[in-house]
Design a binder for this molecule. Structure first.
Ligand SMILES: C[C@](O)(CO)[C@H](O)COP(=O)(O)OP(=O)(O)OC[C@H]1O[C@@H](n2ccc(N)nc2=O)[C@H](O)[C@@H]1O
Ligand SMILES: Nc1ncnc2c1ncn2[C@@H]1O[C@H](COP(=O)(O)OP(=O)(O)OP(=O)(O)O)[C@@H](O)[C@H]1O
Length: 308
């Protein structure tokens, strides 16, 4: 299975709920930075554990942060499916990672989405899409989007998804931080900074920009309520954002809970040469700035988990 990363085009965060979560208006956009998840039958093993994991990939120091035990979200996904259907045999899960780890791009959630589909096929459980989406939502707020992909607005804690009309093709540059940020810690910092947050509201300007495939308007509409919290925990991110903006990015923001920074560098409504030049300028400035571990480019939107 191949499964994409996400960037949040809008992340409006309401006040903390009694269950520890926050109501969101979360506009997800899937980008062409992919993890690959393979599930192989290991019935010969016969004994527990249900899953054994390996992880490899092109994510530098981030790879060391991927747990290889039952806490891995892909293993948890396999476990939840097994528990739900009662149909399971031991499985070897291998992860090939391109999505930054603890980077605010939903890498673990993507792997969980892919593992659900891969194990459903391997075990012949044949769950309906709605049932898989239900299991995904139980695993984490971002997991269902890994199944769906494209551009979609998530409400509730982010798991209730409605597709958004986005006919355009957008080009992005991502600055990967050497650090990770814990999602609960960033929400906690948000509560400290904004103890009386208003109810989250969708941005009409963003919806219009997406529908019109208007890159400049999309750049202006990008908005992440968690950005001040991520900057408060990692102040150096402000310089990363400023470096990309100064090099010509059309829009810049922290992706989700961070610390990956996302730069919109063009869209299909602009000449390809303009986009390529702008992208190259932003990549060069970020690399020369020495602020991030790696710089990668990607396009969006792309489909969710896909069988290779
Ligand atoms: C920041 C985002 O990535 C934006 O897409 C998501 O909201 C986070 O999604 P996720 O990583 O799948 O998060 P979950 O595994 O569901 O929750 C992890 C923790 O993040 C916080 N959390 C998450 C989602 C949400 N709507 N409100 C929250 O307060 C809670 O402390 C929760 O215990
Ligand atoms: N398959 C996985 N890949 C990466 N990290 C995983 C995985 N399973 C569990 N983890 C753990 O989850 C933590 C968060 O990883 P992840 O890459 O999903 O963060 P994230 O992209 O910031 O998440 P989100 O954007 O959904 O908030 C990591 O620090 C790691 O310990």
């Amino acid at each position: 299975m191949r499964v994409p990363a996400k960037v949040n085009l809008q992340l409006a965060v309401g006040p903390g709920r009694e269950d520890g979560f926050h109501d969101l208006v979360n506009v997800f956009h899937a980008v062409s930075l992919f993890d690959e998840v393979t599930a192989k039958d290991a019935s010969a093993r016969r004994s527990r554990p249900l899953t054994e994991l390996t992880a490899d990939g092109d994510v530098g120091s981030h790879l060391a942060r991927v747990p290889l035990d039952s806490s891995n979200l892909a293993a948890r996904a396999a476990g939840l499916l097994a528990e739900t259907t009662g149909k399971a045999t031991p499985v070897d899960l291998s992860l090939l990672k391109q999505i930054p780890v603890a980077g605010g791009m939903a890498g673990g959630s993507a792997d969980a989405a892919a593992a659900l589909v891969a194990c459903d096929r391997l075990w012949g459980s044949g769950l309906a899409r709605e049932e898989l989406l239900g299991l995904a939502a139980r695993l984490g707020s971002d997991v269902a989007f890994g199944l769906v992909g494209g551009t979609a607005v998530g409400t509730g804690r982010g798991e209730i998804l409605t597709p958004m009309h986005s006919p355009g093709r957008f080009h992005w540059v991502f600055a990967l931080s050497p650090h990770g940020l814990s999602t609960p810690a960033v929400f906690g910092e948000y509560d400290r900074l904004f103890p009386r947050a208003p109810e989250p509201r969708e941005s009409p300007a963003l919806r219009e920009a997406l529908a019109a495939a208007d890159t400049a308007a999309l750049g202006r509409a990008l908005d992440n309520d968690l950005q001040p919290a991520a900057l408060s925990l990692l102040p150096e991110l402000e310089r990363t954002l400023e470096t990309g903006r100064a090099a010509g990015a059309v829009g810049a923001l922290v992706s989700g809970s961070g610390p990956t920074c996302a730069f919109l560098v063009g869209g299909g409504d602009e000449p390809a040469r303009t986009v390529a030049d702008r992208s190259a300028a932003v990549v060069a400035a970020l690399e020369a700035g020495g602020l991030c571990e790696r710089v990668v480019t990607a396009e969006g939107d792309v489909p969710g988990a896909t069988v290779l």
